[in-house]
Each structure stands twice: as structure tokens, then as C-alpha cells.
Design a protein around this ligand. Structure first.
Ligand code: ADP
Ligand code: MG
Length: 331
């Protein structure tokens, strides 16, 4: 008799939450590891995985057959509605961040060896030469017809995972699925609430030990994207060169920023800005936030300062083992 009551209570609890089942998918796509946990659906995780794999096929700069690959190869291409729309929005963000985000840095990313992992420090002349091709203003869109100046090549690596997160959230909505946590290689979509009704806690990597988190943000229906100098980098003569390029200099960004986390309700915005604010550094990031205010950010610098915008402060918790100096940024 006791047992029966217990089973009934469990059933009531599960149906009350609407999370009668959960499914996961772990896979590699967009050159990174992804893990999707979806609550209250049997098949949506697989649908989202298929969608992300489709987007990778559409957007990968390294695939000559993708739409972006064809544009890179031929300097012109007729794009699908979806790719033109993403390209238009990305170009707007390049413009809005005054080129801190620049989707045409591909030749520089390649010269530093971040594509084939043959890392090298190009000489100044080579960088100067390649800077001529790194300029998003040389990419134009007329309807769905895109063209890029000669030698200009695009790389949507800084925004694709964010766009994928938005599509994933869209698929969940279309299927009436209310909760899930999706980690698309450092771009995390926290949808709805945890099965116990509390907010999701998204950890932010300790740059010195990426198996640990220095803290976490509690969020619901937000996309949390992090860019850091510990993700992909190499060292030469004691100096660290990271995979985020400052499009103004052609060198990896080197302004004392260690990691930037952006929290907003748009994956595209969070992903684009985590890269752009990393390039801007703390002063530029503060100014950009004060001018926009449609996102929050957390920036760790190499002096152990942890900068938080005031809108995220209450939802951020620093782990007890870390003694970062917390500095709140007010509007
Ligand atoms: P990750 O891909 O490691 O999550 P980001 O979202 O910050 O990190 O994107 C970095 C990728 O974007 C790089 O690997 C490179 O392909 C490209 N990239 C590097 N610098 C820039 C930049 N200033 N603007 C746009 N894209 C960039
Ligand atoms: Mg990014």
C-alpha cells in the first residue's frame, strides 16, 4: 500500500512539472562539442541536433560546398533567404561594434594557424598585407545576392553557435517544449526552468583550470555566451596568442581581457558581443553597454578583476575558492 502511494505521488509530481521525460544528445558540430538536454519531449533533442548539423553545412567557412564556402571561393554567391538574413544581421553587428566584430577576419585567423592548427606568428608585412582583406564593409548584400571584394573571405565562427542557439529555442517553442539546457560549445541556451522549478545555473569556466567554474549565473530564458583566451591559443617565447583577432591590428586581442560572458535573450547577440567585447577590452565594453543596455556582461581581466554590469549582479554567484575583485558597472 505504501509503495503504491509513493508511485502515485511521483506521477503527480512529474506531470505537475510537465517534464515526464528528458532526452540528451552529445555530439560534435561547428568545430566544437555540444550537449543538449531537453525536458518533456522524446524527440526534440534529436530534431535540434539535426538542425545544428544542417546549419553547419550551410555556414562553415571551411566547407567549399557550404553557402559561405561558395561565397569565399567565388567572391559572389546567391544565398538562401536564411543565410542572407543571418549575414545581414551579422554585418549590422560588425558595424554597430565599430568593427570589433568583423566577419571577414578569416585570412588572418588562417595566417595565425588557427584553421589547420599549424600555429605561427606571421611577420608584420604579412599581417599588413592581410589587413587589406579584413574589412566587413567589402561584403555587400543585394537581396539574396552576396559579394565580397577580391581576397575577402568570411568566417561566421563568432556568431554561428549563437544563431544555432536561437534556432534551437525556436524548435522548442514550435514543439511546445518549455525546458532545456543546451551547451553549444560555450554558448549556452537556458530555456524555462529546472525540473525543480528553480532557475538554471550556468557556470563560467575558470581560465586557469577549465574543468572548474569560478562562478555561475542563475538565468531563465537567456543565452549565455563566453569567449576566452583559454579556449584556443598557442604560446611562443612565453607569449600567449589567442584565437580572437583584433581586426584593427591583425594580431590576437591582447588588452588584458581573459574572458567575457554575455547574457541576453538573443543567441546571436550574446555570441557576437562576447567576441566583440573581448576585442574592445573593459573600457570599450563599458561604453558599448552603456550605449545599448539590451544585454549584461561579466568580464574577467588579467589583474583578477571581475567586472559585472549591474543587471546581472544579483544573479551571479562567485565560488568561495576565488578571490576576484568584483567591480560593478553602473549605467
Ligand atoms: P569560440 O568560437 O571559441 O566560442 P568566439 O565566439 O569568440 O569563440 O569566436 C571566435 C571565432 O571567430 C574564431 O575562432 C575566429 O574563427 C573568429 N574570429 C576571431 N576574431 C574575430 C573577430 N574579431 N570578429 C569576428 N570573428 C572573429
Ligand atoms: Mg562569439
Amino acid at each position: 500500500m505504501k509503495k503504491l502511494i509513493c508511485i502515485l505521488l511521483c506521477l503527480v509530481f512529474l506531470s505537475g512539472c510537465g517534464y515526464a521525460s528528458s532526452t540528451s544528445e552529445s555530439f560534435e558540430s561547428m568545430d566544437t562539442f555540444m550537449k543538449i538536454d531537453i525536458y518533456g519531449s522524446e524527440d526534440v533533442a534529436a530534431k535540434i541536433r539535426a538542425e545544428i548539423e544542417r546549419l553547419d553545412g550551410l555556414l562553415s567557412a571551411q566547407d567549399d560546398e557550404s553557402e559561405i564556402g561558395r561565397l569565399n571561393k567565388n567572391s559572389t554567391a546567391e544565398l538562401s533567404e536564411e543565410t542572407s538574413d543571418l549575414l545581414a544581421k551579422s554585418l549590422e553587428l560588425c558595424n554597430d561594434t565599430d568593427g570589433a566584430l568583423d566577419i571577414s577576419v578569416y585570412p588572418l585567423v588562417e595566417a595565425w594557424g588557427f584553421i589547420d592548427k599549424n600555429y605561427r606568428v606571421p611577420d608584420d608585412d604579412e599581417i599588413k598585407d592581410l589587413l587589406k582583406y579584413a574589412d566587413y564593409r567589402k561584403i555587400t548584400l543585394d537581396g539574396n545576392s552576396a559579394s565580397a571584394g577580391s581576397g575577402v573571405r568570411l568566417d561566421l565562427g563568432a556568431v554561428a553557435k549563437g544563431y544555432a542557439a536561437d534556432r534551437a529555442v525556436g524548435i522548442m517553442k514550435e514543439n511546445n517544449v518549455r525546458a532545456g539546457i543546451l551547451n553549444l560549445g560555450g554558448t549556452v541556451a537556458a530555456v524555462g526552468e529546472k525540473p525543480d522549478g528553480s532557475k538554471w545555473r550556468v557556470g563560467i569556466c575558470d581560465p586557469e583550470n577549465t574543468a572548474s567554474y569560478f562562478g555561475a549565473v542563475s538565468v531563465s530564458d537567456r543565452i549565455v555566451a563566453t569567449s576566452g583566451n583559454y579556449e584556443r591559443y598557442f604560446e611562443r617565447d612565453g607569449k600567449r596568442y589567442c584565437h580572437i583577432i583584433d581586426p584593427k591590428t591583425g594580431y590576437p586581442a591582447d588588452n588584458g581581457t581573459v574572458s567575457v560572458t554575455v547574457i541576453s535573450d538573443s543567441g546571436l547577440l550574446s555570441d557576437a558581443l562576447s567576441t566583440a567585447l573581448f576585442v574592445m577590452g573593459i573600457d570599450g565594453a563599458k561604453k558599448y553597454w552603456r550605449d545599448h543596455r539590451d544585454f549584461e556582461f561579466i568580464l574577467l581581466d588579467d589583474k583578477n578583476n571581475l567586472w559585472l554590469t549591474e543587471g546581472i549582479e544579483a544573479d551571479f554567484k562567485l565560488n568561495a575558492d576565488y578571490d576576484y575583485n568584483i567591480k560593478t558597472i553602473k549605467a
